[in-house]
Structure formats: structure tokens, C-alpha cells
Design a protein around this ligand. Structure first.
Ligand code: SF4
Length: 372
């Protein structure tokens, strides 16, 4: 029987509660909703929560969620690099890890804990956000929660989206992007978002979704979820990332674009990003050991200026040109199509202009938001 992974939080089997968080009202709310076994743990227990060695124990670890406090800052700049054009994005760190298991997931190499974490000290999160938004010059701060986790994967249990969307609905300078590969968007209905939340999906071809995005929603489920959000008044965004070269890629990605515009009105799409498959060198061994059947590393790659491996320029531009040209003819004129982490040369060759001519990628995205 094939399981329905619209809501990947069904993969959870165990909640751990850090001792210092016992009695935390938000923690109690989550525990009641999850209806799973709960065990209180100390910091010393954390190393042995999941048996086995990391990353081999990730498979088992993704069934456990630790409720704890974030000791550091919540809001950080996106870890882009100076060498490629990046988009001035801010990352709101709400937790770590994800119940889905994409073969290419960079978190396998970035993180070192097999279990997922979710931060309960949201009072501090909102104080920090308010202070930083107040101090921000009068322009849009684009903020996303989907960098070290998936924005909606655990939302049925955490209910965090409700708090975030209501908060951003009151902000003049902030825009929230909730990025996901799930279809778990029920909590977004009936919220006062006031157009300050954009709901975004990573898209890929059916072939890549089936073979490389384990426990993620199907393409149809993602687009159906997006269509529901449109009905609820949200604008949407889409990320073709990672774009993977494989036999049949062109047909596969063209089909995704056809399905996208069949379901979503073009004028409701704020931005679409394109990013070719790239990875930290250490990811190859981790992912190949965990997913021996994968063929995504069976290519020649070059070392990028950001120390990540990426396809040769010719391959990247071939992939990008097909997808970009198709998107540009279907998109509304004010939908911003942009590259995530690409060089000026690629922008010029594929899109025919440099981001600097339009004030930079950040300004292009700010403009796409403001036009609404
Ligand atoms: S959905 Fe995102 S965070 Fe989750 S495993 Fe896939 S790439 Fe990683």
C-alpha cells in the first residue's frame, strides 16, 4: 500500500521534551495535538536519543521530535555567498530537520543530529522579529522558515503557521514565505494574512519526486494545496530547485510547467526561482550510502566558487533555457523569475540581462511584492 504523504508529520512516532521546557504552555499544546509518547530528557540524554551513528541513524531519527529552546538568534541572513548573485533573504530559524527524506537534502551534511528539533520559546522569537523589523529601513524584509526545516511539514502538530501568519499580517515591512514540499496547509485557512504571507512550493518532475523526494507530497498534491491557498487569498511562489539533469528531464519539467499553469492563475504567482542541482562535497558519500540506488551523483561536476559541486555551465544553461523560456511565456509580466545562486554570466546568457540592471536580485523580489 502506498502511503499518502501530503502530511509528512504522520511519520513521527516519539516526542522528546527537554527538561527545561516541562510545563511550557506551547509545548503542552503541541504534545496534546501530537498524541504520541512523550519522554522528558536532559541535555546529557541527547547524544543517545537515537541509537547508531549519524548519518546512518537519520532514517530512524526522523521519527523523533525534540521540543526545546533556541539558545541563539532566530533571524539570520540566508547563507548565500558573495561569488553568486543572492537575494537578501532572511532565515527565521524555527527548528531543525525534516520528516521527509530527499536524497539531495543538504541538511544531511549541515546538521549532525538525527532527530528533529522544534523551538518552543516563540515569545522570544516574536520579540526579536519585532525589534529587527522596527529597526529595518523602510523596505521589505523577506523572511522564510524553510531553510533548516520544511516550513509546513510539522505544522499540523506545531500550529506555528497560525502564529506566524497572524503576526506578519500586522507588519508593514515584513513578508513571510512559507516554503514546503508537503500538502499540509489546513492551518492556513481562515487566517488574517493581509497579503503578507506567500506560500511556496518546491517543484520537481514526477520522476525526481518519486525517486529522490521520499515522503514528500506528489506534484498533484502540492499544486492542489497551492490552488486551495489561492482560494484563501494567498499569493504563491514556486521553486524549481534542484533542477536535475536525467534522461527525459526536458519532457518532465515541461509537464510540471503545464500542470502548474493548469491549476494556478499566473497573476497569483509572486516569484519563481530556478536552481540547478548543487551540493557540498561531503553530501555525496552521505547520500550515496543512505540511498545506494540514486543516480543523481553519476555526472561530471565542477567545483563552484562557493565550494559546492555543480553541473558544467553548458549543462546548467541548457536546463535553465528550456525552463526559463517556457515559464516566461506563461508567467504574468510582474512575476519575478530569478536564479538562486548563479553568476552574472548565466543571468546574461539565459535571461538576457544582469540583476544589477534592475537594482539586484533583492530589489527585483521586493518589487514583485510591492507591485501587489
Ligand atoms: S523537504 Fe527540504 S528539508 Fe525536507 S528532506 Fe527534503 S530537502 Fe530536506
Amino acid at each position: 500500500m502506498t502511503l499518502d504523504w501530503r502530511d509528512p508529520s504522520i511519520h513521527l512516532k516519539q516526542i522528546y521534551l527537554e527538561k527545561s521546557c516541562v510545563g511550557n504552555p506551547y509545548g503542552e499544546e503541541i504534545i496534546a495535538r501530537a498524541n504520541l509518547p512523550v519522554k522528558t530528557v536532559t541535555e546529557q540524554d541527547l547524544k543517545s536519543l537515537v541509537s547508531g551513528e549519524y548519518p546512518a541513524n537519520l532514517r530512524e531519527g526522523k521519527k523523533s521530535l525534540l521540543l526545546c529552546r533556541n539558545q541563539g538568534e532566530f533571524l539570520k541572513d540566508c547563507p548565500g555567498t558573495r561569488e553568486y548573485r543572492c537575494c537578501d533573504y532572511r532565515v527565521l530559524n524555527v527548528g531543525l530537520g525534516c520528516p521527509m527524506d530527499c536524497v539531495y537534502c543538504i541538511l544531511q551534511a549541515y546538521l549532525n543530529t538525527p532527530y528533529m528539533s522544534f523551538f518552543l520559546n516563540v515569545g522570544e522569537l516574536f520579540s526579536e522579529l519585532s525589534a529587527k523589523l522596527n529597526d529595518h529601513p523602510v523596505r521589505v524584509m523577506r523572511i522564510g522558515t524553510g531553510e533548516f526545516t520544511d516550513s509546513m511539514a510539522l505544522d499540523r502538530i506545531t500550529g506555528l503557521s497560525t502564529r506566524l501568519v497572524n503576526f506578519f499580517g500586522q507588519q508593514k515591512k515584513g513578508v513571510l514565505e512559507l516554503k514546503t514540499k508537503s500538502g499540509a496547509i489546513d492551518n492556513l485557512q481562515h487566517l488574517q494574512h493581509n497579503g503578507r504571507t506567500i506560500v511556496a512550493w518546491s517543484l520537481n518532475s514526477e520522476d525526481i519526486i518519486t525517486k529522490q523526494e521520499i515522503r514528500a507530497a506528489t506534484l498533484e498534491q502540492r499544486l492542489n494545496a497551492a490552488a486551495r491557498c489561492v482560494v484563501w487569498g494567498y499569493d504563491c511562489a514556486f521553486h524549481f530547485d534542484p533542477i536535475i539533469s536525467y534522461p527525459g528531464w526536458e519532457k518532465g519539467y515541461r509537464k510540471v510547467i503545464d500542470q502548474l499553469f493548469e491549476k494556478i492563475p499566473a497573476e497569483r504567482i509572486v516569484w519563481i526561482s530556478l536552481g540547478g542541482f548543487r551540493y557540498l562535497p561531503s553530501l555525496k558519500n552521505i547520500a550515496s550510502d543512505r540511498f545506494p540506488q540514486t543516480r543523481i551523483f553519476a555526472h561530471e561536476f565542477i567545483d563552484g566558487l562557493d565550494n559546492k559541486k555543480r553541473y558544467f555551465r553548458k549543462i546548467r544553461t541548457t536546463l535553465y533555457k528550456v525552463i526559463y523560456n517556457e515559464l516566461r511565456t506563461r508567467c504574468a509580466p510582474d512575476t519575478c523569475i530569478y536564479f538562486c545562486m548563479e553568476s552574472d554570466e548565466i543571468w546574461q546568457e539565459v535571461m538576457g540581462f544582469l540583476p544589477a540592471e534592475k537594482g539586484g536580485v533583492g530589489a527585483m523580489l521586493d518589487q514583485a511584492v510591492k507591485l501587489r
